[in-house]
Design a protein around this ligand. Structure first.
Ligand SMILES: [Fe+2]
Ligand SMILES: [Fe+2]
Length: 182
């Protein structure tokens, strides 16, 4: 497997773990239990900084190349690229809602937050699943290693703080929350 393909799969695994942390908090919220707003804000900051800024741009390059050489995958690739833009806006909107509810915990806002959280998590998971099941296997099948290399060259060298190679200075509680899930 090309190292970039491995990196994208690893990114998906970590994002899935972070979504699990977020979902556990949404479950607490739906049962009218206490929730850890700081942990949720950390999860959303992580999603904004890493998948949105570092992972999606590389996939955009990869899927554009796949679309160019494989007409049968072209629609799915272009839809996925467009969805990256939508997920970025969804993340910002959910973050803003989370902050608003933290400031003013009215019941109505908590209900809205639970609904929005479930919607957000479901959209992220559907997106990941499409890549894991369809698009990455297809890219691995159809793109040669030179094409993967080209996409890899666009990847930023910034390391994901949750990759387990060092204790993260930031995201400590988020890291601890995903550790039992590893
Ligand atoms: Fe993606
Ligand atoms: Fe992805």
């Amino acid at each position: 497997m090309h190292p970039l393909a491995q990196r994208l799969h690893d990114d998906h695994r970590r994002l899935t773990q972070v979504l699990g942390v977020l979902e556990a908090q949404i479950d607490h919220l739906a049962r009218a239990e206490e929730i850890d707003f700081d942990l949720m804000l950390d999860a959303m900051t992580y999603i904004t900084e890493f998948p949105n800024r570092l992972h999606h741009p590389v996939e955009d390059v990869l899927f554009a190349r796949l679309a160019a050489i494989d007409p049968t995958a072209s629609d799915a690739c272009l839809t996925q690229i467009a969805e990256h833009e939508r997920l970025f806006h969804d993340s910002a909107a959910f973050y803003a809602l989370l902050e608003a509810v933290q400031m003013d915990e009215a019941t109505l806002m908590r209900d809205r937050l639970a609904d929005a959280g479930r919607e957000f998590i479901a959209a992220q998971r559907a997106h990941l699943l499409r890549e894991e099941r369809e698009l990455l296997p297809r890219a691995e099948q159809r793109l040669d290693s030179a094409q993967w290399d080209l996409a890899a060259q666009t990847a930023s060298a910034v390391r994901d703080p949750l990759d387990g190679t060092a204790t993260p200075a930031r995201y400590q509680s988020l890291y601890q929350a995903i550790c039992p899930l590893r």
